[in-house]
Design a protein around this ligand. Structure first.
Ligand code: F6R
Length: 236
């Protein structure tokens, strides 16, 4: 594991964007696993800037996002597809046809999950997976559970996750309670994992993730077993 302690969110975002840009430069047809949420926003802004300055070319990459809320159409303002379009895809020269987010409107979430894993397999797996960290140690929407779940699957969101995500909705009742998430299998199979963690409120969980026991109660703790993990933190 390589741990980079950034002095603040700005430095974290720059460092994360540099690593993602380096990945694309070294392998222009990279498969990038991407995350939503507040933490990657700064990195995405930096990448948009780099793309504008022609320092990085997204034209050949393929992306697979970690997760999507069940029941939200792609054009719903709160959907993760819309988030990615607004905050990255519509602002760089990516081929939108090669950007993938689980289909939250799928009638059969199990079949959609299977399709998503097959897609990742057909793409040859993920070169670089970007991850944020939930306050309860979740990655993607792999919530604390009795065991690690390997495949992409539909999940009931933890109450704490619903509380945390409420900030993006008008009220708590509007927050979807289910999501489809990439499983621990595809994340751990990624050739490189970049975990970014920001804010004093995440210092305690990050300590558990990196140095505590490896347990499905802290899903991100499994990353200790990944052989190419970079963590960038700004939690002091
Ligand atoms: C988002 C995702 C989540 C977030 C996590 C942290 O696609 O999969 O695991 O990364 O909830 O969210 P923020 O960055 O908003 O604190």
């Amino acid at each position: 594991m390589r741990l980079i302690k950034a002095k603040d969110y700005g430095e974290l975002s720059q460092a994360a964007a540099n690593i993602i840009a380096a990945q694309i430069t070294l392998k222009p047809e990279s498969v990038l696993g991407l995350a939503t949420g507040s933490t990657p926003l700064g990195a995405y802004k930096n990448l948009i800037e780099k793309n504008k300055n022609k320092d990085v070319d997204f034209s050949q990459i393929t992306t697979v996002n970690l997760d999507e809320y069940c029941g939200l159409t792609p054009d719903n303002e709160q959907s993760y597809r819309r988030f990615m379009d607004n905050n990255l895809f519509n602002r760089v020269n990516v081929n939108k046809g090669k950007t993938n987010v689980p289909d939250g409107t799928a009638k059969d979430p199990a079949a959609e999950s299977e399709r998503y894993d097959k897609l990742i397999e057909e793409l040859g797996g993920i070169d670089l997976q970007l991850l944020g960290l939930g306050h309860n140690g979740h990655i993607g929407f792999n919530e604390p559970a009795p065991e690690f779940v390997k495949p992409t699957h539909a999940v009931e969101l933890a109450e704490t996750t619903i509380d945390a995500n409420m900030r993006f909705f008008k009220n708590r009742d509007e927050v979807p309670q289910k999501a489809i998430t990439m499983g621990i299998g595809a994340i751990m199979n990624a050739r490189k994992v970049l975990l970014i963690v920001s804010g004093k409120d995440k210092a305690e969980i990050l300590e558990k993730v990196l140095y505590g026991p490896i347990t499905p109660n802290v899903p991100a703790s499994i990353l200790q077993l990944h052989n190419d993990l970079i963590v960038i933190s700004a939690v002091d």
